[in-house]
Design a protein around this ligand. Structure first.
Ligand code: ATP
Ligand code: MG
Length: 664
């Protein structure tokens, strides 16, 4: 909503300058971007002289087999964007060989297994021979450049080895999160025409075994194109089904191969992978990313946004089944020659200290997680955090959903101990890397705002109905990007028309992100929630994120989701779902207090008409709230919920339906 919609002006948010620890790093290098003036100068160059900016950065950061002579071509209007189109490089060479040649003992991955205290290192030298052996195995299966390979694996180093082995040969990987059901896996394998699936016997999460291989077998009953299944032995459970000759053991296959395989030079525009989106708003899309521009985006953002220097230990807790795992567990860190912590477990196993023990044990310097985890851990109280030594941390990041200001402040004060920069990074599967984000040594952060655009990203806020660009500050509308950037998606697998229709045609000449946003009086960007989720009360467009943040501001609230319900009088009214923190009791007094909280924080127009206390909110398997399900349930259309393949816990649906029917 615009500030004009506010009846009571909200209080000005606090501003957090770069922390001393980053601004004045005693005994360490200064941050890569160390002032707002430096950011602004580089940003200006990236927009006004993009050729100069991107050719310099692409030559500095990547090693090319054949140098590019052209930086970019194509337009958003045409949907034919290409970056460094005549350049050639190999992604696995850039991520592995470069460092293995120079310093084979440098640690690429610290692998923290599900079992606490069970960590091993993989050096760049070891990674190179593992990637090469596996690439030779894939070659022996008859796979050639352009073929797709499905990867359905737990969070273990071999998952990254599989991705890099594909990249070495120009095979297009299709990683499917290993928490997906057999039906969802089958859909993604078939949609991508993968002939080979790489998997493991079992996974382990929070001490519980996951029947990974059995799920693959179930899925493949409806995937006749699959010829080979390569199985890594993770747990060694003897009862796991194995059907030779289709199934091949990883350890046996690699033992038969030479541990060197020459990298295949690829065009910068050859596809590197396809990846299905999280499915928060509907049926997942198989987003296609190419090689050169993607790797440049992932590595440049990681370096600047997390301020990665030699010797740093970076940890991103995302699963490799999501874009965050692709860009910030595997490709970004390795392209920088950094050390990446690969975490197989869950934040609450064996207890809610697991993340913070991880930071303490490995002296992690930058930590990156999602609001869902931050809110869940905040729900358990501060003691789990404060008992650990987090003094190694410098930058802590958030991604995946808007981070509500109260969760931001908790993250900053309790996890960061007021000494770290908090980076709220806004981006999407389709953007490949961060597009709106603070830079730790430069940006003065406002809790809940992703702040400013990254280099090369030219943002616009459009009027949702007319599509006219809203100039100046203090405006809100839909978020769009005005020009192509290197790591943007190029297509949707097998459906370029859907790519054009989803992203490029709604507002011709712009990339349409699907999110609402505002630019405040100081030029900061605030993501206001999905355009599909916007609530319209008596002609006022309400931001879901803002109302949810007001609720989370109350000390009893753990999480909240608001949706619109049909209302005869106002068109739509606000219906809020709330979960409580440990130790708070659900009752009518509390409900009334929560409604009042929103009313005073935002204004009478935002007052929820119905407020329902629930135990759980519907979430995607990556932990994002799925408002479309709540909206359907509220509308009495629980029989038309649409694609539910990404819903993490379908058992909560019946409970929700019951709770809603008693509330209305
Ligand atoms: P689908 O496109 O299938 O509905 P999805 O949009 O959840 O799923 P992702 O690409 O994983 O799939 O998520 C991108 C979306 O996540 C963004 O469009 C935005 O809505 C939200 N998001 C990510 N980071 C942030 C952030 N820092 N602040 C606010 N929203 C964010
Ligand atoms: Mg999306």
């Amino acid at each position: 909503m615009t500030s004009a919609d506010n009846q009571d002006q909200p209080t000005q948010p606090a501003v957090y300058p770069p922390p001393q620890r980053i601004a004045n790093p005693e005994g360490r290098e200064k941050p890569w971007i160390s002032s707002m003036a430096e950011y602004e100068a580089l940003y200006k160059e990236s927009i006004e002289q993009p050729e100069k900016f991107w050719s310099r950065v692409a030559n500095e950061m990547l090693t090319w087999d054949k140098p590019f002579t052209q930086v970019s071509q194509g337009s958003l209007k045409g949907g034919d964007m290409a970056w460094f189109p005549d350049g050639q490089l190999n992604i696995s060479y850039n991520c592995v060989d470069r460092w293995a040649i120079k310093e084979p003992n440098r640690v690429a991955f610290v692998y923290e297994a599900d079992e606490p205290g069970n960590a091993t290192n993989v050096t760049y030298g070891e990674l190179l021979s593992q990637v090469c052996s596996l690439a030779n195995v894939l070659h022996s299966f008859g796979l050639r450049k352009g073929d797709t390979v499905a990867i359905y694996m737990p969070m273990i180093p071999e998952a990254a080895v599989a991705m890099l082995a594909c990249a070495r040969l120009g095979l297009v990987h299709n990683v499917v999160f290993a928490g997906f059901s057999s039906a969802s896996l089958a859909e993604r394998v078939a949609d991508a025409h993968s002939r080979v699936v790489i998997t493991a016997d079992e996974g382990l999460r929070g001490g519980r075994p996951i029947r990974t291989k059995t799920i693959v077998d179930e899925a493949l009953q409806s995937c006749p194109e699959v010829e080979r299944v390569l199985v890594f032995r993770r747990t060694g459970n003897e009862s796991v089904p194995f059907n030779a000759p289709r199934d091949v053991w990883w350890h046996e296959a690699v033992a038969a191969q030479r541990p060197y395989c020459p990298p295949v030079p690829m065009s910068a525009e050859d596809p590197l992978f396809l990846l299905y989106t999280s499915g928060s708003t509907g049926k997942p899309k198989g987003v296609v990313h190419t090689s050169g521009g993607y790797l440049l985006g992932a590595s440049l953002t990681l370096k600047c946004v997390f301020d990665i220097h030699d010797g740093d230990i970076f940890c991103c807790t995302a699963d490799i089944g999501w874009i965050t795992g692709h860009s910030y567990v595997v490709y970004g860190p390795l392209a920088l020659g950094a050390t990446s912590v690969l975490f197989e477990s869950v934040p609450t196993y064996p207890d809610a200290s697991r993340f913070w023990k991880l930071v303490e044990d490995h002296k992690i310097t930058q930590f990156y997680t999602a609001p869902t985890a931050i809110r869940a851990l905040r729900r358990h109280g501060d003691g789990y955090v404060t008992k650990c030594d987090l003094s190694s941390l410098r930058v802590i990041g958030s991604v995946g959903e808007p981070i509500n200001p109260d969760a931001w402040t908790w993250y900053n004060d309790i996890v960061g101990n007021g000494r770290c920069a908090v980076v709220d990074t806004y981006w999407q599967t389709e953007t490949g890397s961060h597009v709106i984000t603070p830079l730790p040594g430069a940006t003065h952060a406002k809790p809940g705002s992703a702040t400013f655009p990254f280099f090369g990203v030219e943002l616009a806020i459009l009027d949702p109905t007319t599509g006219v660009e809203l100039e100046g500050n203090d405006v809100s509308g839909v978020l769009a990007i005005k020009r192509p950037w290197p790591s943007m998606a190029r297509s949707i697998a097998g459906d370029h028309k859907r790519f054009l229709e989803t992203y490029l045609r709604p507002y011709p000449g712009y990339y349409f992100a699907g999110d609402g946003a505002s630019r405040d009086a100081d030029g900061y960007y605030w993501i206001r929630g999905r355009v599909d989720d916007v609530i319209n009360v008596s002609g006022h467009r309400m931001s879901t994120a803002e109302i949810e943040s007001a609720l989370i501001g109350h000390s009893a609230v753990a999480e909240s989701a608001v949706v619109g319900a049909a209302d005869e009088l106002t068109g739509q009214s606000i219906c809020a779902f709330v979960t409580l923190k440990d130790g708070f009791e659900a009752n009518d007094t509390l409900k009334a207090e929560l409604v009042k909280e929103v009313r005073t924080r935002i204004g009478p127009i935002a007052t929820p008409k119905v407020l329902i206390l629930v135990d759980e909110l519907p979430k995607t398997r990556s932990g994002k709230i799925i408002r479309r399900i709540l909206r359907k349930v509220v509308a009495g259309e629980a029989d038309q919920l649409g694609d539910l393949s990404t819903l993490s816990d379908p058992s909560i649906l019946d409970i929700l339906i019951r709770e809603v029917s008693t509330a209305f």
